[in-house]
Design a protein around this ligand. Structure first.
Ligand code: C2O
Ligand code: CU
Ligand code: CU
Length: 453
């Protein structure tokens, strides 16, 4: 595990180069050919200050078009990084200047939005942290940016991006998970200390469910947005692709023990991701802190549910039992789904395939300032982390039951057959994407666009 660069000077004006590189993902001296931001995987951690403008110039050193999307940041549409929809793609050898002022403090991330499956799958992702105006009272802050890789036996990125099995089923789940670009390792902690741990899942498709043996993580923010501090359901933190969770851990373990951090989302494949290992020095304080930490709220506009405009999106398609594709029906043609951008999935009967491109017609239009009450129904047999650009959504209910903790999310995980209701104020004009963040699903049709005028 590489140390994350925390509490560095805020970023105001910087350049990021996108280019092929090498990374030692598995330790032991082996190198994997990757694509990297500034030569590192993950890319450099960008630390911005809430309400302070930033300029980031992205230089494309790849042989193909790219863009950068600032995932979860509420910013002007032209800075959202979707080629064809919000900006022209950045051609090889060219650059693009992104300028925005982050309104919300929290844990965000950045990644390409061109050829997303391949570019993200080859390593292009980095953390974007927007600092609170006043420092939060924790003893230490840690970041774990999780990435999932499908590597060959000789440690190289496996070919076969976008094959039919991945596209129509769970997406390209890999075989190696890294923390901050390196193999899982020991996380040193001290008795009595209070740690804020920022978790971000930058995987293509792997859903991660973390348990901290012997410890009680308290969730203080989801997708960058502060929430009521609470213990996660069953002590398990579920991070679908693109999701972030900030937790507070009060280190009250027994220094002579090692505590496993495990991922058991795919039960049969549970594995230990890392260990908490105590320093043998004196405790940081005699008694652990017990007052919960509550992060200051971000300036999110409050939805007006009484006057809300209702919209519904229905997720369709994917492989069903017996190897049949379901739901997408007549629009699929005879080709293999997922190959050459063919559709395996649809939203409200429409398959928008590929990545951002010109001519993406909006599915619905909202008048600026209205509250949108959005219902998402998953008619498929698969999990989908549905992500909205440009907004955070207040999650109202899951399968008819109100969600217990008031939480805002930009990426909401729907289990098979789930129905989720959310709301947001359409205060930001432009054409915005709404898609599944399992990259294979997005590329094969689980994507749509809505307009705010
Ligand atoms: Cu993080 Cu449209 O993506
Ligand atoms: Cu996004
Ligand atoms: Cu999906």
């Amino acid at each position: 595990m590489q140390p994350s660069s925390l509490r560095a000077a805020p970023v105001e004006d910087r350049r990021i180069a996108v280019a092929p590189g090498q990374a030692s993902l598995t330790g032991g001296g082996g190198q994997t050919a990757v694509w990297a931001y500034d030569g590192t995987v993950p890319g450099p951690t960008l630390r911005l200050r809430q309400h302070e403008p930033v300029r980031i110039t992205v230089e494309n050193g790849l042989d193909e078009d790219t863009t950068v999307h600032w995932h979860g940041i509420r910013l002007p549409n032209a800075m959202d990084g979707v080629p064809g929809l919000t900006q022209p793609p950045i051609k090889p050898g060219q650059s693009f200047v992104y300028e925005f002022t982050p309104p919300d403090a929290g844990t965000f991330w950045y990644h390409p939005h061109a050829d997303s499956l391949v570019q993200l799958g080859r390593g292009l992702a980095g953390a974007l942290i927007v600092e609170e105006r006043e420092p939060v009272s924790v003893d230490r802050e840690l970041l774990w940016l999780l990435q999932d890789w499908r590597l060959t036996k000789d440690g190289q990125i496996a070919p076969g991006f976008g094959n039919m099995m991945d596209a129509a089923m769970s997406g390209r789940v890999g075989n190696v998970v890294t923390i901050n670009g390196g193999p899982p390792a020991d996380q040193k902690v001290r008795v009595g200390e209070r740690v804020r741990l920022r978790l971000a899942n930058a995987s293509l498709a792997r859903i991660i469910a973390l348990r901290f043996e012997g410890h009680r993580p308290i969730v203080v923010a989801i997708d960058g947005q502060p929430c009521d501090p609470h213990e996660p359901d069953g002590g398990r933190l579920v991070l679908a692709p693109a999701m972030r969770i900030d937790i507070v851990l009060d280190m009250q373990g027994d220094p002579s023990k090692r505590y496993a951090v495990t991922d058991d989302f795919y039960d049969s494949l549970a594995y230990s991701l890392a260990n908490l290992v105590y320093d043998t020095g004196p405790p940081l304080r005699p008694h652990p802190l017990d007052a919960p930490l509550r992060l200051p709220a971000n300036p999110l506009p409050a939805p007006d549910l009484a006057e809300a405009e209702r919209q519904e999106i229905v997720l369709q398609g994917g492989m069903m039992g017996g190897g049949k594709l379901a739901g997408v029906g007549g629009m699929m043609g005879m080709g293999m789904p997922g190959m050459n951008g063919e559709a395996a999935w649809a939203i409200n009967g429409v398959s928008m395939t590929g990545d951002g491109h010109a001519g993406m017609a909006p599915q619905f239009t909202l008048k600026r300032g209205t509250t949108c009450h959005l219902t998402m129904r998953n008619q498929t047999a698969w999990w989908h982390p549905m992500h909205i650009h440009g907004f955070s959504m207040l999650v109202l209910s899951r399968n008819g039951s109100p969600v217990p903790h008031r939480q805002w999310q930009d990426t909401v995980l729907l289990a098979p057959k789930d129905m989720i209701e959310c709301a947001f104020v359409a205060d930001n004009p432009g054409d915005w994407m709404l898609h599944c963040h399992v990259a294979d699903h997005q590329m094969a049709g689980l994507m749509t666009v809505f307009r705010v005028t």
